[in-house]
Design a protein around this ligand. Structure first.
Ligand SMILES: [Zn+2]
Ligand SMILES: [Zn+2]
Length: 331
């Protein structure tokens, strides 16, 4: 892991922009991630420049880019422009969850709770049909539940769905209970206020992390690729004793990351030629196991990740042809 300092974020943004030159077809996701690193480095105008570069072309996800740009602009004194962009995103009624989520969280971060709630209600009406809800739509429902609790609104049907879908040990109602904050502090009003400020800032950090489409992905080597890899680089056998064990490891690591609250999980498919090309670009021999997580991160930054977990009724990520619920998703 690279240290979380402004300089490290600037370096990472530069690395991603160089990768974008190497893979022009993957420029959009790489620029978005580079922009997020520039934001984390405090270089907000630099991030805006990247969003504008993408928007001046013909991006695949214009609403997502606009939503991210608005969130960024509002953080450095461009509130009016941010609000205008947010209005435009809402009017466009995007068909994927991410721009709605970022828009609502931006409004929430600036204490516009009513506007955040109405944005999420609009998105829910548009995206949450029947059946298995994709993870991103579930996340809209959870955010909506939290904001409605803060506004002291009574539960509606979508809040009940959010409660049912929530799997954590602490129920959503307790987690999102505004009164919960009061019971955590002391009876000294000043201390209590400090505690609330601290909790709010913690929540704020969590929300910021959630609103960024940073995929955390693990590598999956399909069986023929794994055979070829280990034949060429037997040093890597310590990482991958058998194909079956490799598959079990993937599911176990993802479940562990999910249990620790990591959002945006995914799986990236590895191939020997692309791994060798990556190793060459890092001037490191492919037999060096330290390269594997960096290779995974770079593939994920190039938008190569398939979201995990799949819903229970869809094909398992491992390619067995069975459904996830009957294969690696079984308890
Ligand atoms: Zn509830
Ligand atoms: Zn499977």
């Amino acid at each position: 892991m690279r240290p979380d300092t402004p300089a490290a974020h600037t370096t990472e943004a530069e690395r991603l922009l160089r990768t974008a030159e190497q893979y022009p077809g993957d420029r959009e996701p790489l620029y978005l991630q580079a922009a997020a690193h520039r934001e984390l480095a405090g270089d907000r105008p630099g991030a805006t420049a990247l969003y504008d570069t993408l928007l001046s072309g013909d991006p695949a996800n214009p609403h997502l880019i606009r939503a991210l740009k608005a969130a960024n602009l509002w953080e450095y004194g461009h509130e009016a422009e941010a609000r205008a962009i947010i209005e435009g995103v809402r009017r466009a009624r995007p068909s994927d969850a991410a721009p709605w989520q970022i828009t609502a969280e931006t409004l929430e971060a600036h204490d516009e709770l009513e506007a955040a709630e109405s944005t999420l209600t609009e998105a829910t009406g548009l995206l949450a049909g029947g059946g298995d809800l994709p993870h991103a739509t579930q996340s809209l429902l959870t955010t909506r539940h939290r904001i409605r609790r803060m506004l002291a609104l009574p539960h509606d049907d979508w809040d009940d769905v959010a409660d049912r879908l929530h799997t954590g040990t602490v129920g959503l109602d307790e987690l999102h209970d505004p009164k919960r904050l009061w019971s955590l502090g002391s009876s000294d009003p000043a201390e209590l206020q400090a505690e609330i400020t601290r909790l709010r800032s913690e929540l704020g950090t969590y929300r910021t992390a959630l609103s960024r489409p940073f995929p955390v992905a693990v590598l999956h080597w399909p069986e023929p690729e794994l055979d070829e890899l280990l034949a060429a680089y037997p040093e890597l056998e310590a990482e991958y004793p058998t194909y079956r064990a490799h598959l079990t490891d993937i599911e176990a690591s993802l479940r562990e990351l999910a249990a620790a609250g990591t959002p945006n999980l995914g799986i990236v498919r590895a191939t020997v030629p692309s791994y060798e090309a990556f190793a060459a670009s890092e001037s490191t021999p492919p037999s060096n196991a330290d390269l594997l997580p960096q290779y995974a991160t770079t593939l994920a930054a190039r938008a190569r990740a398939t979201a995990w977990p799949p819903t229970r009724g869809t094909d398992c990520w491992c390619g067995s042809g069975r459904t996830y619920g009957e294969c690696h998703g079984a308890e």
